[in-house]
Design a protein around this ligand. Structure first.
Ligand SMILES: NC(=O)c1ccc[n+]([C@@H]2O[C@H](COP(=O)([O-])OP(=O)(O)OC[C@H]3O[C@@H](n4cnc5c(N)ncnc54)[C@H](OP(=O)(O)O)[C@@H]3O)[C@@H](O)[C@H]2O)c1
Length: 304
């Protein structure tokens, strides 16, 4: 297949491209020019702008991951607009190109996030949830998903993956969490009862490949492991995996001071279950957090 991927230079995209390019021809949309080749290898094609394309007639599949990092910077109005525009405008442009194609791609896989659910209590949520909390992350994800779903037609199926906290060592939140834990200063955030719905990067990449390969899959899927945990338990397990004490607690006010409204990302949570992925026959390699941490933190890491 010839696959067009946006956000292919990012944490998730780099891992996914490494798998895809073994079997497929990969075109990566990137603003980074030659750096993209350094990151991904010269066996991919790098495209600097969708404006160069009139349609996607020669593309078989599109994977849409691009977006400004959500946890970076304070969420003032300008930053919120950047977070939205970097996702919405690109998705809209991709969908326009799909619609202009006489031979459109067979599938559009588009990222979303469990922020769609907004802050929730402890109750389990699956893709059928009809009571999202109407806050910024919901508004961002809701429009992002709606724009992508507009590409759906008889020729093109659309799958949306609502991704949870991705655990890996080459990017995302985990490498930033490790330094305080390594010196014994790790601890739960806020009151610690908020639920963390996480996924191992390997399982996330496998989930994207599963949705790509299984033609019967379409619609919304949660990209989270089947065993979400409280923030307190996440912190305990992380300290245990690193064989460090787990003594401190990071108060909510300190996080609000540092991060402003973006502190919601860590101070609130939601218990998200991957019902549709599992019903579709997908099996997790790392269904439990302890297994994910053993794999990531207790074994020697292969060189990149
Ligand atoms: N990592 C997680 O825990 C997590 C959780 C939930 C959802 N997600 C979603 O999954 C997607 C991929 O996540 P990631 O962790 O791989 O992200 P990442 O490492 O920050 O990479 C995102 C990619 O998006 C592109 N990008 C960034 N800003 C852009 C802009 N203004 N315009 C166009 N492209 C832009 C960049 O590509 P170039 O610089 O090459 O153009 C970058 O490589 C994101 O949309 C994210 O919201 C991630």
């Amino acid at each position: 297949m010839k696959i067009l991927i946006t956000g292919g230079t990012g944490f998730i995209g780099r891992k996914l491209v490494a798998h895809l390019k073994v079997q497929h021809q990969v075109v990566v949309l990137s603003r980074q020019g030659s750096l993209a080749y350094q990151l991904l290898g010269h066996d991919v094609q790098v495209l600097d702008s969708l404006d160069r394309l009139d349609d996607l007639n020669d593309i078989d599949a599109v994977i849409n991951l691009a977006g400004e990092p959500i946890a970076q910077g304070r969420w003032n109005l300008a930053r919120k607009q950047q977070l939205c525009d970097s996702r919405w405008l690109l998705t809209e442009q991709l969908v326009d190109l799909i619609k202009l194609s006489s031979n459109p791609p067979k599938v559009l896989l588009s990222a979303s996030a469990i922020g769609w659910y907004g802050r929730q209590d402890d109750r389990p949520l699956d893709e059928g949830c009809d009571h999202p909390s109407q806050e910024f992350t919901h508004q961002l994800c809701h429009r992002w998903e709606s724009l992508a779903l507009a590409a759906s037609s008889e020729q093109t199926r659309v799958c949306i993956l609502r991704i949870g906290l991705v655990l890996g060592l080459d990017g995302g939140a985990l490498p930033k969490m490790l330094p305080p834990y390594r010196v014994g200063f790790g601890g739960p955030m806020g009151e610690g009862g908020q639920v963390v719905s996480w996924i191992h990067i390997q399982d996330l990449v496998r989930a994207w490949l599963y949705l790509l390969e299984h033609e019967e899959c379409r619609g919304i899927y949660n990209g989270t492991a089947p065993t979400p945990v409280s923030n307190r338990e996440f912190s305990q397990q992380l300290a245990r995996a690193l064989k460090r004490p787990h003594l401190l607690h990071i108060p909510a006010w300190a996080l609000r001071l540092m991060m402003g409204e973006a502190a919601d990302l860590v101070l609130t949570g939601q218990r998200v279950l991957p019902r549709r992925l599992q019903e579709a026959g997908f099996h997790f390699t790392f269904p439990a957090l302890s297994q994910a941490f053993v794999n990531l933190l207790e074994r020697p890491q292969p060189s990149k």
